[in-house]
Design a protein around this ligand. Structure first.
Ligand SMILES: Nc1nc2c(c(=O)[nH]1)N[C@H]1C(S)=C(S)[C@@H](COP(=O)(O)O)O[C@H]1N2
Ligand SMILES: [Mo]
Length: 264
């Protein structure tokens, strides 16, 4: 019964969010409820399968079962396409989502862009005066103060797309990592560390497209958006865009030597 309730909750909240009929209630997005109930359903589903085990039979692989599965998959694809068409036709907000399913929020108005943390980070109050960026480019650690970092003017227009269901396009300014780390071509990865302990490891080959941003829309970052400096990783989901960066390091560890999603 609990499993049934969780699956129904995931389905209904998923439909409400993706159609745009209800996107959030009291500060909690239906996407969050959708994901949470789906995750909670996993162990119960596994328990159900184990407790009510069905022994495999030869007919499980019959032509008829194959055809039936094909009908289910094809039907799902048709239903998805039909729902998408219905969204456009009815003009519901769900029809204006990005391909990732995210809704636009605060593009070119950074003050209106949501402030989002992956799991449990808080927004740290960082004083530019006692903040230092430590850059390890393989030949010793070099430190940058805020004023020095703020003098760079590399620019990129990029879309921040949070797995929580929103996206925003902004003009970012700062320093490209290939400029900050000239030895990037000789290593495997670039480890980026936040003052909060959060961090991500990027393939070294991404250096020319990664920006360590100090400004957005021509103004310094807000505390919520990563002041003094944050990563802009065009084409990558929001959780790669590390905020409150205080360390960048070239490394011989492969980039995939990390959990697929941050754990804190
Ligand atoms: N240090 C740190 N950086 C972080 C996160 C975090 O929890 N801690 N969350 C990431 C996630 S999930 C997203 S979507 C973006 C959100 O950026 P914004 O708050 O500027 O909109 O920051 C990313 N950078
Ligand atoms: Mo996110």
């Amino acid at each position: 019964m609990t499993l049934l309730v969780l699956v129904a909750t995931a389905t209904v909240t998923g439909l409400l969010h993706s159609t745009g009929l209800v996107i959030s209630v009291g500060g909690i997005t239906l996407m969050q409820v959708h994901v949470a109930s789906a995750l909670a359903a996993f162990p119960l589903a596994a328990w159900h399968v184990l407790a009510r085990r069905v022994r495999p039979r030869a007919t499980d692989l019959s032509r008829r079962t194959l055809l039936r599965s094909g009908v289910v998959v094809g039907g799902a694809a048709l239903a998805y396409g039909g729902a998408q068409g219905l969204l456009w036709w009815t003009g519901l907000p769900g029809g204006r989502r990005r391909i990732t399913g995210s809704y636009q929020a605060g593009s070119f108005r950074p003050g209106r862009m949501p402030v989002t943390q992956w799991l449990d980070d808080g927004v740290p109050a960082v004083d530019a005066g006692d903040w230092t960026l430590h850059v390890d480019a393989g030949d010793g650690v070099r430190s940058y103060g805020y004023a020095e970092l703020a003098s760079f003017r590399d620019q990129v227009r990029a879309v921040l797309d949070c797995t929580g269901g929103w996206y925003a396009e902004q003009d970012w300014e700062g320093v490209r990592l290939d400029r900050l780390l000239p030895g990037w071509g000789r290593v495997r990865s670039i480890a980026v560390r936040s003052r909060t302990g959060y961090g991500r490891r990027f393939p070294a080959g991404d250096a020319p497209s990664l920006l360590l941003a100090v400004r957005v829309g021509g103004r310094p970052l807000d505390p919520g958006h990563g002041f003094p400096a944050r990563i802009v990783a065009p084409g990558r989901r929001g959780f790669w865009w590390v905020k409150w960066v205080d360390g960048v390091e070239l490394s011989m560890t492969p980039w995939w030597w990390q959990p697929p999603f941050p754990l804190s």
